[in-house]
Design a protein around this ligand. Structure first.
Ligand code: NAD
Ligand code: MG
Length: 413
C-alpha cells in the first residue's frame, strides 16, 4: 500500500515525459509558479531537468525548452530532433542548447536523469511502462498520471517500487483523493481498517443518454466531456466509462485492494474526487474543483503541503449540491468488462489496455462506431489465454498480441 516518503530538500529536480500534453502542460504551470527564480524558499522550488514529448507539438516543446531550460530533451525520432534543433536555432536566443536524444533511449534517459528526484509520467498509453520501471529502479518518486502503466503492469511496478524504495504518488484525481484519504490509516500500518474504496466518476457525456443514442454517438459527442479538459484518448475512455474501469484496475494495484472492495459511484459534479470507507463506517474523502493542477501539485510536493497560486479554490456554498448515483453496467459495457478483468487479476488487464488503445484510435479516425469499441474489446479479451503474475516479457508479448488481435477484429467488423 502507500508508504510515507522523506521530505525532499529542494530545488526539486523534476523530469516530465509527455510534457506537451494536457497533464504535461499543467505540470509545467505548477513548475512555473515554483521556479527557482521566483520561489524564495528553496524547499518550494521546482527545477525542470528533462522533458520528453511526441512529434506533434514541437513548437510547444521549443517554447518549453526556452522557458524552463532543461538539460535533457527527448523526441521520438531523428527527423523530430532536426526539426526541433532548427526551431531552437531560428529563435536565436543565446541559451545553451539541451542535449537532445531520440526514441526509447531518450525516453529512458529522461526517466533516469540523475538530477531528477521525481518523474512525472504524463505520456499516454503503454508507452509509459518502460520509463516508469526504469525510474523506479533508480529509486525515484513517481508522480503517476499514466494509468495504463498500472493497468498493464501494476504488480511489477509495486514489486519493483518496494525493492527500490520508490514512492508512487498518483496524479489521477480519484487516486490522489484515495491516497490522501488513506494516508493517515496507512501511515499507522493498518490497511485492515479499510472497508472499501469509493471511486467516483462524472459519468461522462453520455450519463443520461439512452442505449440507442449512445450506440450512434459521434466523435464530437464523445469528445465533449462535461467537466474535464483532457487528451483525446482519455476523453473517449471517459465516454465509454472505460476510464473508470481502467481506474478500478489502477486502484487495485496502487492500493493493493481486491476488485470486490472497489465501488464505482457516479457523481456528476466531479467535486468529491473519491473516498474511502473505513470499517467503523466513517467515510473520508477529498474535495476540490475539477482541475488537475491540484493532484499534480500534491504529487510533486508530497509528503508536504505547500501553498499554491495555481490551484483554484472550491467554494462549497457556490456548488450548493453534490449528487451520487449507481453506474449503469448495461449502457456502459466497458465498465462491466473492466470489473471482470480486475477480478481475474492476470494478463487480461494488459490485453484489454492494449486493445483499447487500438480501438480508441480507430474510433477517433472515424473507422468504427461508438458501439464497436466495447464489442471489439469483449472479443479480444475473450480470445486471450490469461497468464497469472506475468513477467515483463509476458506483458510486452501480451501487449503486442492484443494490438494485432484488435486490428484483425476491427477489420472483420
Ligand atoms: P495527451 O494526449 O494530452 O498527452 C500525451 C503526451 O505524450 C504528449 O505530450 C505527447 O506528445 C506525448 N507523447 C506521445 N508520444 C510520445 C513519445 N513517443 N515519446 C514521448 N512523449 C510522447 O494526454 P493526457 O490527457 O495529458 O494524459 C496523459 C496520461 O495521464 C494518460 O495516461 C491519462 O490517462 C492520464 N490522465 C490524464 C488526465 C487529464 O486530465 N488529462 C487525468 C487523469 C489521468
Ligand atoms: Mg481520473
Amino acid at each position: 500500500m502507500v508508504s510515507s516518503s522523506k521530505v525532499l530538500t529542494a530545488p526539486r529536480g523534476v523530469s516530465i515525459i509527455g510534457s506537451t500534453g494536457s497533464i504535461g502542460k499543467q505540470t509545467l504551470d505548477i513548475a512555473r509558479a515554483h521556479s527557482p527564480a521566483l520561489t524564495g524558499s528553496h524547499e518550494e522550488a521546482i527545477k525542470i531537468v528533462a522533458l520528453a514529448a511526441g512529434k506533434s507539438k514541437l513548437e510547444d516543446l521549443k517554447e518549453q525548452i526556452l522557458e524552463f531550460q532543461p538539460n535533457l530533451v527527448s523526441v521520438p525520432d531523428q527527423a523530430s530532433k532536426e526539426d526541433l534543433l532548427n526551431r531552437l536555432k531560428e529563435h536565436g536566443k543565446s541559451l545553451p542548447l539541451p542535449t537532445i536524444m531520440v526514441g526509447e533511449e531518450g525516453l529512458l534517459a529522461c526517466a533516469e536523469h540523475q538530477q531528477a528526484d521525481t518523474l512525472v509520467t504524463a505520456v499516454v498509453g503503454f508507452l509509459g511502462v518502460k520509463p516508469t520501471l526504469a525510474a523506479i529502479k533508480q529509486g525515484k518518486r513517481i508522480a503517476l498520471a499514466n494509468k495504463e502503466t498500472m493497468v498493464a503492469a501494476g504488480h511489477l511496478v509495486q514489486e519493483l517500487a518496494a525493492r527500490h524504495k520508490s514512492v508512487i504518488v498518483p496524479v489521477d484525481s480519484e487516486h490522489s483523493a484515495i491516497f490522501q484519504s488513506l494516508e493517515a490509516s496507512l501511515m499507522r500500518g493498518r490497511p485492515q481498517e479499510v472497508e472499501q474504496v469509493l471511486l467516483t466518476g462524472s459519468g461522462g457525456p453520455f450519463r443520461t443518454w439512452t442505449k440507442e443514442a449512445i450506440a450512434s454517438a459521434t466523435i464530437s459527442d464523445a469528445l465533449n466531456h462535461p467537466n474535464w479538459s483532457m487528451g483525446a484518448k482519455i476523453t473517449i475512455d471517459s465516454a465509454t466509462l472505460m476510464n473508470k474501469g481502467l481506474e478500478i484496475i489502477e486502484a487495485r494495484w496502487l492500493f493493493q485492494v481486491p476488485e470486490s472492495k472497489i465501488k464505482v459511484v457516479i457523481h456528476p459534479q466531479s467535486i468529491l474526487h473519491s473516498a474511502v470507507e473505513f470499517v467503523d463506517g466513517s467515510i473520508v474523502g477529498q474535495l476540490g474543483l475539477p482541475d488537475m493542477r491540484l493532484p499534480i501539485h500534491y504529487a510533486i510536493f508530497h509528503p508536504q503541503r505547500v501553498p499554491s497560486t495555481r490551484v483554484p479554490r472550491l467554494s462549497l456554498s457556490q456548488i450548493k449540491q453534490l449528487t451520487f448515483e449507481e453506474p449503469d453496467l448495461e449502457r456502459f459495457p466497458c465498465l462491466a468488462l473492466c470489473q471482470e478483468v480486475a477480478r481475474r487479476d492476470d494478463s487480461s488487464a494488459c490485453v484489454l489496455n492494449a486493445a483499447n488503445e487500438i480501438v480508441v484510435e480507430s474510433f477517433l479516425k472515424g473507422k468504427i462506431g461508438f458501439s464497436g469499441i466495447a464489442r471489439t474489446l469483449e472479443r479480444v479479451v475473450g480470445e486471450h489465454k490469461p497468464i497469472k503474475a506475468p513477467s515483463l516479457e509476458d506483458i510486452l508479448e501480451c501487449d503486442k498480441w492484443a494490438r494485432h488481435q484488435a486490428s484483425l477484429t476491427l477489420a472483420a467488423l
